[in-house]
Write a protein that binds this ligand. Structure first.
Ligand code: NAD
Length: 501
């Protein structure tokens, strides 16, 4: 059995641990690897390596750091297909989608290649007579990132390229469900020329995360995952005086106005609701048609599209939706469908009817796309994140009803409006209490040079990820006020608050 170990100080390091977690191929249900559960000794070794690497890396000029980052970027591009294959094998998403994920990660690396420019700061001349003021953005030290299973390449790359470009060293704690992609890009990090200890990987579950939270040599934590864990990490990290950005779960609504182009909306909705088997934090899981006429049209077309959507192993070239990540997650999603029926939502298409019969894949974690209509806001399937290919239709009588519904929801990660009406679209972007908003764009994931993050229970902390917010998160601001002697003595000591007058 393939054993996956930690990556510490530029090397794959055997652990004395006797505990390993199974890693499955979701398309076949077969156990394909085991990932180590790190011991306290492993954790200490990773933090010590990152701590030792930090001063030299922080003192390396931003331009030199950027050259190494550029090399890493080229290596990622050269190895794009292999990395996508690894993602598909352990996550289950279809190959084209896995490639898309790698490209979105690569874009953050490209952003981080601009480190010298990103670290430029403000300067004011003559804030007082002969006195100048300027700012510095300095790295924090050893920072850690804890990431979810659903984007094993893209989400870590929201974090570490920006952290490294700013001069920090980094410890990644990837999801134990699909840890191999991280091991692959660790090799590329070494090939690119990042010094040993600058980037490290520690595997494991809660005990590793707790140790990182409590460690006095780690001043900042980035987290992406479910809301209960995000809240826990934010609160516990803050109690240790750490800087924390913790991105949580989501329930993303798409409002469809009566004037929307139905065909374009259906195409967008199919990809946004069922792509990656709904295991995206920006997936649309609720569609809110305004008026029964548009709702009925949408329902008819979604039924037709679901009947022809190709559910197959992610390695099939024409697969549109792969399996869910684990058996436990498959059972959870099926449980939510049962709950929807129990709470009297109208089950229009039941994904549980799908059976994978292809030889060798009968034990894969497949489920078909599900559509519920007449879902109401008091139902569990509306309130909670399902994180599977289940779309709920909640009919609204008016635009205002749709907006109020979204604003009252616990989560505020992403949302979209489909309309031809500029007035409605503009009002929506201003009124909606959600961090990322699309106008005729179903999954409005910001590009690397903007910042990614939700509102409400979808993000705990002050900073979004990558873009300018990422640079702010991974640096401390220092402001310097300086006066150089002019050779003329200017009186004695002053005991009043300096005013620069
Ligand atoms: P998860 O919360 O179960 O796990 C995330 C990470 O936390 C993993 O590395 C895991 O090992 C660790 N972890 C798990 N339990 C822990 C505990 N009790 N204490 C400390 N650490 C713990 O999330 P997941 O199932 O891997 O990912 C899916 C979730 O992530 C969904 O809720 C999804 O919406 C969310 N997500 C959010 C965003 C976003 O940008 N807001 C992006 C991607 C995924």
């Amino acid at each position: 059995m393939n054993k996956i170990h930690n990556f510490i100080n530029g090397q794959i390091v055997d652990s004395a641990s006797t505990e390993y977690s199974p890693v499955f191929n979701p398309a076949t249900g077969e156990e394909i690897a085991q990932v180590v559960q790190s011991t306290p000794t492993d954790i200490e070794a990773a933090v010590a390596a990152a701590k030792a690497a930090f001063p030299i890396w922080a003192a390396t000029t931003p331009l030199r750091r950027a050259r190494i980052m550029n090399k890493f970027r080229d290596l990622l591009e050269e190895n794009l297909d292999e990395l996508a294959e690894i993602v598909s094998r352990e996550h289950g998403k279809v190959h084209s989608d896995a490639k898309g994920e790698v490209i979105r990660g690569l874009e953050v690396v490209e952003f981080a290649c601009g480190g010298p420019n990103l670290l430029k700061t403000d300067m004011s001349e003559n804030v007082g007579t002969g006195i100048d003021s300027h700012a510095l953005r300095q790295p924090l030290g050893v920072v850690a990132g804890i990431t979810p299973f659903n984007f094993p390449v893209m989400v870590p790359m929201w974090m570490f390229p920006v952290a490294l470009a700013c001069g920090n060293s980094f410890i990644l704690k990837p999801s134990e469900r699909d840890p191999s992609a991280a091991m692959f890009y660790a090799e590329l990090v070494t090939q690119a020329g990042f010094p040993p200890g600058v980037f490290n990987i520690l595997h494991g579950g809660k005990h590793v995360v707790d140790a990182l939270i409590e460690h006095q040599d780690i001043p900042a934590l980035s987290f992406v995952g479910s809301t209960p864990i995000a809240k826990y990490i934010y609160e516990r990290g803050a109690s240790f005086g750490k800087r924390v950005q913790a991105l949580g779960g989501a329930k993303n609504h798409m409002v469809v106005m009566p004037d929307a182009d139905i065909e374009k909306t259906v195409n967008a909705l199919m990809g946004a609701a069922y792509g990656s088997a709904g295991e995206r934090c920006m997936a649309i899981s609720v569609v809110v048609p305004v008026g029964d006429e548009v709702a009925d049209k949408l329902k008819t077309r979604l039924i037709e599209e679901l009947a022809i959507m190709k559910v197959a192993p992610g390695t099939d070239n024409d697969a549109e939706m792969g399996p869910l990540v684990t058996k436990a997650h498959l059972d959870k999603v099926a449980g939510y469908i049962a709950k929807g029926v129990e709470e009297s939502a109208e089950l229009v298409v039941d994904g549980r009817d799908f059976k994978m019969t292809r030889e060798g894949y009968e034990n894969g974690y497949f489920i078909g796309g599900t559509l519920f209509d007449n879902v109401t806001t008091d139902m569990t399937i509306y309130k909670e994140e399902i994180f599977g290919p289940v779309l709920s239709m909640v009919r609204a009588k008016s635009y205002d009803e749709a907006v109020n519904m979204i604003n009252e929801h616990e989560f505020g990660n992403g949302t979209a409006i489909f309309t031809r009406d500029g007035d409605a679209a503009r009002a929506f972007t201003h009124e909606i209490q959600v961090g990322m908003v699309g106008v005729n764009v179903p999954i409005p994931v910001p590009m690397a040079f903007h910042s990614f993050g939700g509102w409400k229970a979808s993000l705990f902390g002050d900073h979004h990820m990558h873009g300018a917010e990422g640079v702010r998160f991974y640096t401390k601001l220092k402001t310097i006020t300086s006066r150089w002697p002019t050779g003329i003595r200017e009186g004695g000591s002053a005991y009043v608050m300096p005013t620069m007058e």
